[in-house]
Structures are given as C-alpha cells and as structure tokens.
Design a protein around this ligand. Structure first.
Ligand SMILES: [Zn+2]
Length: 265
C-alpha cells in the first residue's frame, strides 16, 4: 500500500488521505475535503482515484465528495448507517467487510463514539509496509475525538476497549485531524511526569513538522492519556478534578472523565 497524507491547512486542520495499490496505481481517497488539492496530488503521483471513502458524515469530511467524484467517476462508500446523512453513497459498509482497490484490501471497522455511524479502515500490513489504521475522528494523535456532536463517550470507550487497545504496537495511526501538539499538552496536564509526551512536545517546539509526523499505536500507549486509563496519577487527577471517588474509578469511568475534562480544557 502506498499512502499520501494530505494536510488541508484549514482552521480545523483536517487530513485527507490517498491510499494506492502499488501494482495498479488505483487509489482510495479518504475524506477528500479539499477536492482541488486531492485531485492535484493524485495527478502528481499518477494515481487513479477509484473510490471515495468517508469515515463519517460531518461536513469537514464529506464536503469534497461531489467534485472528486465528478472528476474521477469514483464510487462513494461509507458506513451502512450513514447513507441517509451522506448524499449519493454507492455502497454502505459493515464491520468486517473488505474494501478492495486494485490489489489493495482494507478491513472495515465499525467504530462509534465520535458519531454513532463511523468507520475506520485497517490495513493489515505487508512485507514492506507496517499495518495502518485510518481512524477519522475517533482516535487522534495523543487524543480522541469529541463526543458532543452526535456521539457518546461511553460508546467511544467501548470502541477503544474492544478495537483499538488490542491493536499491535507497530500499527501506524492516520487520524482525520492534526491536533497532536495541543493534545500532548492535555496529556501533560494530566501526567506532568510523562517523559515520552514531554520529549515529543519539545521536538515540535524545536521545529519537528507535525504535518508529516506519523505515530503508532505503541507510541499512543505512551503519549495519549486516553490509552493510560490504569495509571494512578491519571485516575487521581480525574477524581479530584471532577469530584469523584478515586476508588470508584475503573477504565471506563476514567475515559469518560477524561473526555469531559478535555471538553472544557
Ligand atoms: Zn467529525
């Protein structure tokens, strides 16, 4: 699989993705918001967009569908339950199905939480490429998506618990927005002594480009406080900030508490 991560550089700092089969150069465009930039990037690379895939129905993910499809004749795919909210979906996707493009095959994951009908696409890896997760607005680098615009934190926790926490450390993480620097600040606010988060934040301060930085699940386990639910310091912070009893906190309550704190952080 060939991957091109494309920063939109809008206020919301969206990322679009082009994934291509190296044999056929046929490509999937994920959430191609800036259609001109998406089409130009594909043309420059010599890739032919055959599919447009939306992770979920929010406008900053589907807003470029029309012109990309008009220019390429691509088919539009999205969560089977999002076909009312997203115009002109050609094929609804369900958990466990494969999305094929040329010789490239991705597995569809049903990942509610940010919205109730949200998919992630998973590439299981090959001889020359590590596995990869295209996770829209569920998992961000060093953070998670908000749940107050059609989602639910309890459901998002289930998605993380059942589908993200078990992933291998080598899985590359490709989220729908670039929020890493801000999110590292939130992690450090919860865990002042988190060395990995501190060192990475320093690297960005010294000029590391967030736009071309790709994290992994292994790194998320260190720098993303939503992966660190059993840490004493994290739980104590949630308990004292939200006036909860420390002994009542389990992973789920800690996750929900963190999401609440992040909403007003
Ligand atoms: Zn969204």
């Amino acid at each position: 699989m060939l991957v091109q991560q494309i920063p939109v550089r809008n206020a919301l700092r969206n990322y679009m993705y082009l994934l291509a089969c190296e044999n056929t150069r046929q490509a999937i465009a994920i959430d191609p918001l800036d259609h001109e930039l998406c089409l130009k990037t594909a043309a420059d690379l010599g890739w032919e967009i055959k599919l447009v895939a939306n992770t979920h129905h929010h406008h900053d993910h589907i807003g470029g569908n029309g012109p990309v499809i008009e220019a390429t004749g691509a088919r539009l795919v999205a969560h089977a339950q999002a076909t009312d909210a997203i115009p002109n979906v050609d094929q609804g996707l369900n958990a466990g199905e494969n999305l094929d493009c040329g010789d490239l095959s991705l597995r569809v994951m049903d990942t509610p939480g940010h919205t109730m009908s949200h998919i992630c696409l998973y590439f299981e890896g090959s001889d020359d490429a590590d596995p990869a997760l295209f996770c829209g607005d569920t998992l961000f680098n060093a953070g998670v998506g908000r749940c107050d615009i059609g989602g639910a934190p309890k459901i998002m926790f289930q998605t993380f618990q059942e589908q993200f926490f078990p992933l291998g450390d080598s899985v590359r993480v490709f989220p729908g927005h670039d929020y890493i620097e801000n999110n590292l600040g939130f992690t450090l606010d919860r865990e002042a002594g988190n060395k990995a988060a501190f060192e990475l934040k320093e690297k960005f301060t010294r000029g590391l480009n967030a736009e071309s930085f790709v994290s992994t699940i292994g790194l998320e386990r260190e720098i993303n406080v939503f992966f660190r639910l059993d840490q004493d310091e994290v739980r104590r912070g949630v308990a004292s900030s939200l006036n909860l009893n420390f002994r009542d906190l389990d992973s789920e309550k800690t996750f929900i508490g963190l999401r609440r704190l992040r909403d007003s952080w």
